[in-house]
Structures are given as C-alpha cells and as structure tokens.
Write a protein that binds this ligand. Sequence first.
Ligand code: ATP
Length: 353
Amino acid sequence: MALEIRGLEKQYDGFTLSLDLSVADGETLILAGPSGCGKTTALNLIAGLSAADRGSVIAGGTELSALPAWKRNIAVVFQDLALFPHLDAGDNVGYGLFIRGVGKRERRRIAGEKLAQVRLPGFERRRIATLSGGEKQRVAIARALAMEPAALLLDEPFSSLDAPLRRELREEFLYIRKGAPFPCVFVTHDREEAAMLGDRIALMDRGRIIETGAARKLFLEPEHAFTARFFGFGQVLPCTVREEQGQSCLADTPLGPLAIRGRPVHKEALFFVPRDGIYPAGQTGGTGAEAGKKTITALFRRSVFEGNRMILIVELRGGVLFPVEEKERIPLPSPGEAISLELDEAALKFLLP
Ligand code: ATP
C-alpha cells in the first residue's frame, strides 16, 4: 500500500521536474533541497493539485494519475494550514469527511478522536482565531488524520513557528506517526528537522533527486559534493589524483598528499572531510599516534564564534581557507602563525561532482 511515484514529470518555463520515489507504509520520507528545487511542485503533482505532463502516482495500490485531487485520498498539510476561520476546530477537522458525505454526528465523533490524538482534547468548539500557532498546526494535522489518507504530504508545516514550538511539534509529529500506517512525504529545508523526522531523506536539486538515504549516511558519508555542501557536516575540497592504492587513491590536496577512499571519476576530483575528521592538535581524540591519523600544519587566520561552537579559520596550501571546529579551549596562535591540526585520513572519501 506504499506510495509509488514513477517517471513523474512537469515542465515549466526553464524548470523541469523529474521524479521517481517510493515511500513504504509507515515511512516518513523527507524531501529536502534549496529554494526553488521543486519540492512544492513535487507535492502538488502527487496530490493532484497540479497536472503532471507524464508519469504515475500509485497510493494504497490505486493508480491515481487520472484522478482529480479530491478523489485521491491524499492529505496535504500546508505551511499556511488553510484552516477555515468561520468553522470551529471540530468542523475544520471533519471538513474532508463532510465532502465525503459522512453525517454530522459521525464527523463530530471522529473530529473529537483526532483532536485528542494530537493532544487537543475538548477543542472541538474552539474558534480558529482563538488558537495559538502550534494549536492551529495540530488542528491541520488532525484534519489530515481524519481522512485516513492513503498518503500524507506536509509542506514545511512548522517553518513559521518559533524554535521551541517547532521542536515541540517535531516530537509531537513523531508521536503521532507511531500509530499512523500510511506513507508520508515531508518537505523541509531545515537540516535538524530532516534528520529528526525522516526515516529517509531525498535531497533534490533543480528538479531531480540527487541522493537518497538515512540522515546519518547523507550527513556523514555523502556520495555527492552537492549533498556534502547542502548538509554541511564537513567540507568539500579539490584534489589531483596521483595513483591508486588498494581501496584508496593517493592525491595531492590542499591538506597535503593524502590517501582518499574510493575511485574518482576524473583525475581532478573532489573529496569530503567530515567535520569531526580534523581538529586542532592536542585535543580530545587526537593523540597523533593512532592509525590513520596525520598531523598537518596550516596558518591560523581567525576564530569565529557561532554561538554553540568556535570555528578556527585556517589557511591551507594554495591559499584555501578552511574551517576547523575547536572542541576544547586551547591557546590560539596569532593570526598568520602556524597551527598544527590532526586529520583522520581514514575518514576522507571521494565525492561525485
Ligand atoms: P521553496 O523551498 O522556495 O518553497 P521549492 O523547492 O518548493 O522552493 P517550487 O515551488 O516547487 O520549489 O518551484 C520550483 C520551480 O518551478 C521554481 O523555479 C518555480 O518558479 C517554478 N514554478 C513553480 N510553480 C510554477 C507555475 N505554476 N508556473 C511556472 N513556474 C512554476
């Protein structure tokens, strides 16, 4: 009964979306990517809110492509929620059931049940204008749940809320998902939200999916340079490959000559340095003597305090500026002086361009 999207295409002037995806029952797939990459377009095509040029959408075992949105039984929660201000919370939740011809008494019963499920028990008679942002969000989710949809789509549902409320609603969403058997596609460009809510993440760029996988894989072991840059859990550096060495290749890099895991497509290649794969010498985890650890020297340029971490900007060979995370307070050299760094060579890997 999963959601299957096959060869789904849509062309706008200067933009083409091309999508193949499958989402299992009970699975939450995060659709992530930069602004304008086609996330909302993808949801609209799946929901039938805009017409695809070609391709198919199958949900709950039914081919939906020829059906209008209201016959698809795909629930959508938008960022602006689209709640009806003239109806109370209960009638908002029951609205889709009303369209389906379900009687008033049954609608109110289901609405009460779904509101309780999103932890708003007894809210049936509340007017929408009297609800907080987080409560409105829950009503919108309760409305989607009331449909017992074949799939649930959410388009940045929490992005207009402040950070503490967003965190609370993410927890809430995980709780609600536990009892919900349908596949779910959740659009966000918030990395933390993607990692926390997604069983898998599909990262999009310019209308295509670049890479799909669990958050840990995409954040810490990306295949593509685009993925590494988007999630930012490490740095992408250029290198020139010299020779193959077993499972690795020896390459000239701004960090010096290094053995990098994998096989690049070209001699001029890109590789990934995970955020915790390089740190100032002498810090926790870095003895300099462990297998795969190398000590290198760079020029210290400046430090940048980012609120929750201190970043040291160092200059590598060829004038490449590179951020290194300081794990413990250390005495820093003056700008322009040498700084020793420890590098976990085994953590380096080639990236697809
Ligand atoms: P954001 O994160 O900013 O919401 P997005 O990834 O959801 O972006 P879309 O809204 O899907 O991106 O837009 C993808 C591209 O398709 C954009 O270039 C947009 O201008 C274009 N586009 C979307 N809808 C239409 C339309 N109805 N007519 C023409 N072009 C459109």
